[in-house]
Design a protein around this ligand. Structure first.
Ligand SMILES: Nc1ccn([C@@H]2O[C@H](COP(=O)(O)OP(=O)(O)OP(=O)(O)O)[C@@H](O)[C@H]2O)c(=O)n1
Ligand SMILES: [Mg+2]
Length: 471
């Protein structure tokens, strides 16, 4: 029977450039070939063929350039996942593509990819396609590369990071796999193409890409290969030269991905935190626990990162090193501030959290509510979380303008009175009406602390003077 398998594989090989190496590979190849027509029916593959892609494909065929889907999209299709973005590789040089597209009246978008061989074509004014000339990176500084074009598919595959990301898929459904990516994918093995050290030194971000894909692909949490870990350990420092934006993009996916807790431990063991803004003494036990209870509640990446931090000051290192958004920073700080409150009484907690939202200025209430939800995810409190998520934030009926109409002009005073009104309103379960609230204003005003009253009085005098001189 095996002989038959080998025979039919051998006949399949005539049409492909797959390099068979192991028995397992032969078998994988066999299934690939017998399934070849079925593969064309695979929804993840079939769905790609919009009229626009068909047009692109016809154009390249007409000019006799080869065109294949490359890298991550091939990996996704083979895993039965619809790829998010498609990258194409071609034997045509950027110049040749430009001539072809111009002749055929296809618009090209001005992107900055050209020096790396990428042309973006917009077909039928509807769909953009990024097509990159096969290339080899001749000079790399660990971040950027100077490239040379080639027509050799294997050379292009060799400069890619992981075997599972190094495959090409012809538009006729043929898989081109030079580094056993398909076998690795089936075995859930994440490995660099060829020499790990070399691949990492070409772009140190690949260290984090390795961990991201490990989470995505590997079945077991701790099955890294020793040689891979060694290469990472030796090159960890290279991450120091990578931009905060790129690091954060990868880190965000790692901390909410599969196996995030053991992966984080592994990253700490290899000495990565120092180079990526994470605290040197990150609280890994807390990270483990939070991951276990929050994972299914879809936490934001910053919620997970907060688990590593013990003091708000550590957020400053993150802000300095990584390009996190203001919202992410606010989320992290709120989580750190409130994370121990879950240890209080449950019935009071919901009210307490709703109060935090209601005391926030109207325009920011929804965001604050989402941030508080992150606290609940951190605590793993699914029932309180769903109560807060389904809660419709009631509108506080009194505005600053209403108070000004009552003769309170000055910011600090308006703020103080409004805060007190909000507190009364929350206490009443949001049942006090506009009239009932306004009826409390005069009394509250008398309670405004002295220093605020004095400041208000001073401002009032200045204001009055200004009005006089302006006249
Ligand atoms: N540092 C990098 C980044 C990318 N690539 C190659 O370029 C492809 C496309 O890169 P990208 O879209 O960034 O990653 P994907 O692998 O497609 O992953 P994702 O699904 O997250 O887009 C990768 O598959 C890989 O072949 C690489 O070798 N080294
Ligand atoms: Mg991609």
């Amino acid at each position: 029977m095996l002989a038959g398998v080998f025979r039919s594989i051998a006949s399949g090989l005539k049409h492909t450039r797959i390099r068979p190496q192991t028995l397992q590979h032969y078998l994988a190849l066999q299934s690939l070939h017998t399934n070849r027509t079925m593969k064309l029916d695979k929804p993840e593959f079939k769905n790609l063929f919009t009229p626009e892609l068909n047009r692109l494909s016809e154009l390249f065929a007409k000019y006799e350039y080869e065109l294949r889907i490359a890298g991550g999209a091939v990996r996704d299709i083979l895993m039965g996942k619809q790829p998010q973005d498609l990258d194409f590789a071609t034997t045509a040089t950027p110049e040749e593509m430009k001539v072809m597209f111009e002749k055929e009246g296809v618009r090209m978008l001005n992107t900055r990819g050209e020096e790396h061989g990428t042309i973006t074509a917009r077909i039928n004014n509807k769909e953009n396609f990024e097509v990159t000339t096969l290339r080899v990176d001749v000079v790399t500084d660990g971040r950027h590369a100077e490239v040379e074009f080639t027509t050799d598919w294997k050379i292009d595959a060799e400069r890619r990071d992981l075997t599972i990301n190094s495959m090409f898929l012809g538009l006729d459904g043929t898989l081109y796999d030079y580094f056993d990516g398909w076998t690795d994918l089936q075995n859930r093995r994440v490995a660099f193409v060829g020499d790990a050290t070399k691949r990492i030194q070409e772009d140190y971000l690949r260290i984090l890409r390795y961990f991201r894909f490990y989470g995505r692909i590997a079945e077991m949490p701790n099955q890294h290969e020793d040689s891979t870990l060694e290469a990472i350990r030796e090159n960890a420092g290279g991450l120091g030269g990578i931009s905060g934006e790129r690091i954060w993009t990868e880190l965000k996916k790692i901390v909410v991905g599969n196996h995030a807790a053991p992966i984080m431990r592994c990253m700490y063991n290899l000495g990565l935190p120092k180079y990526i803004g994470l605290p040197l003494e990150g609280n890994l036990d807390e990270f483990d626990q939070v991951y276990a209870r929050a994972r299914d509640l879809q936490p934001r990446p910053m919620t997970m990162v907060a688990a590593l931090l013990e003091q708000p000051g550590q957020m400053d290192d993150i802000i300095t090193r990584l390009k996190i958004s203001i919202e992410e920073r606010k989320t992290g700080l709120l989580v750190m501030q409130l994370r121990r409150e879950g240890e209080q009484q449950t019935e009071q907690l919901l009210k307490h959290y709703q109060g935090i939202v209601l005391k926030t200025p109207g325009t920011e209430q929804k965001q604050m509510s989402d941030r508080v939800c992150e606290v609940l995810k951190y605590q793993g409190d699914a029932s309180l979380l769903s109560e807060l998520q389904t809660w419709t934030i009631p509108r506080f009926p009194v505005t600053g303008k209403h108070l000004m109409e009552k003769g309170i002009f000055f910011g600090a005073e308006v703020g103080w009175v409004k805060d007190k009104l909000v507190a009364l309103w929350i206490e009443s379960d949001c049942s006090l009406t506009f009239e009932e609230l306004m009826a409390r204003v005069d009394d509250l005003r008398k309670e405004v602390p002295k220093e605020i009253q004095e400041k208000a009085a001073k401002k009032k005098t200045r204001f009055a003077k200004k009005m006089k001189t302006d006249k």
